[in-house]
Write a protein that binds this ligand. Structure first.
Ligand code: OAD
Ligand code: ZN
Length: 303
């Protein structure tokens, strides 16, 4: 059941509690409307569509040992997801609006598409829990490489689709991989350190401040990210925006939890409207998209 009424309750809560801050915990579902498939949705998810690459199992695409044997599936996926090809969604801009209004505490994202940055959200607010394409290293000797090394190789592969030559380390000939967290690898220390700080901060806040955690567009299946929402103190309101109910919201709900089951851009629209931020959201989207268009045009001109 889609509960628009829960968005109205959330809006009332935000309006009534001007000191309340919001922590977002988000996943691939916030970027599907930008044209980036999520991972686990039946039929449209990346893991379903990767079956054509004959992987032993879908998640092998993010497995270091498999990548060493066969980097092609990861290259194929990287080409689809590479930053710069997509624009942020309404939901990304809603998060930016929370920042502009002074109501944002943090965004924990599992996404590697960097659309939070593209939406103009300041980096100090964003924790990219599963890394990003913004830096590269050799998987054998750990030598760091600039962003261009992987990006240029990817572009080359695009032109000569059958010639799969991979970015290799000049020191040891190991494969170069962007700092995206693969299965079995540690999440960045920044993720753990910031969450410890934010949790301590949440626990130390007065109950009357009525802070909020919004979980959005994630199936909450990949740990440790999936455990964050369970650690949130009980005086903090938890909200889920997702097509289906997931995590604690399905299996261990709290009486104070709110849930909207539906599309995220619709949720963003309704929430902005209820908060009387509708015009601000439209303006923000227009301005930021104009800036992105100019940047893209300049890039195309090679300036
Ligand atoms: P999933 O694909 O597992 O989950 C996406 C969730 O978003 C699902 O519950 C969808 O129903 C929901 N969803 C999709 N589109 C939506 C929309 N427009 N509105 C509302 N809900 C929508 O993606 P994640 O939970 O992000 O790892 O996946 C977690 C990790 O698994 C990823 O970070 C990735 C993958 O292995 C790495 O990239 C390293
Ligand atoms: Zn090396």
């Amino acid at each position: 059941m889609t509960k628009t009424s829960d968005i109205k309750l959330l809006a009332t809560h935000i309006k009534k509690n001007p000191d309340a801050k919001v922590i977002f915990m988000v996943g691939a579902g916030i970027s599907t409307s930008c044209g980036i498939p999520d991972f686990r949705s039946p039929k449209t998810g990346l893991y379903h569509n990767l079956s054509k690459l004959n992987l032993p199992f879908a998640e092998s695409v993010f497995d270091v040992d498999y990548f060493k044997q066969n980097p092609k599936p990861f290259y194929t996926l990287a080409r689809e997801l590479y930053p710069g090809n997509f624009k942020p969604s309404k939901f990304h801009y809603l998060m930016k609006l929370f920042e502009k209004k002074g109501r944002l505490k943090r965004i924990y994202t599992q996404n590697i598409d960097t659309l939070e940055r593209e939406a103009g959200i300041f980096p100090e607010y964003v924790i990219e829990a599963h890394g990003s394409f913004s830096s590269n290293h050799c998987i054998e000797c750990a030598k760091e490489f600039p962003l261009e090394v992987f990006r240029d190789q990817l572009a080359l592969d695009c032109k000569y689709i059958n010639i799969f030559e991979y970015a290799k380390c000049d020191k040891c000939k190991g494969l170069i991989k962007p700092r995206i967290v693969f299965f079995g690898e540690n999440l960045p220390s920044e993720f753990f350190d910031t969450w410890d700080e934010d949790l301590e901060w949440l626990c130390g806040r007065k109950k009357s401040e009525n802070d909020i955690v919004i979980v959005a567009g994630t199936s909450l299946t990949v740990y440790p990210f999936a455990s964050l929402h369970s650690e949130v103190p009980s005086h903090v309101k938890r909200v889920l925006f997702n097509i289906d109910s997931v995590g604690d919201f399905a299996s261990n709900p709290r009486q104070s939890d709110l849930q909207f089951k539906g599309k995220l851009d619709e949720a963003a629209f309704i929430l902005a409207h209820e908060l009387h931020w509708g015009k601000d959201l439209e303006l923000l989207m227009k301005t930021e998209n104009d800036v992105l268009d100019i940047v893209e045009a300049l890039e195309n001109l090679n300036i």
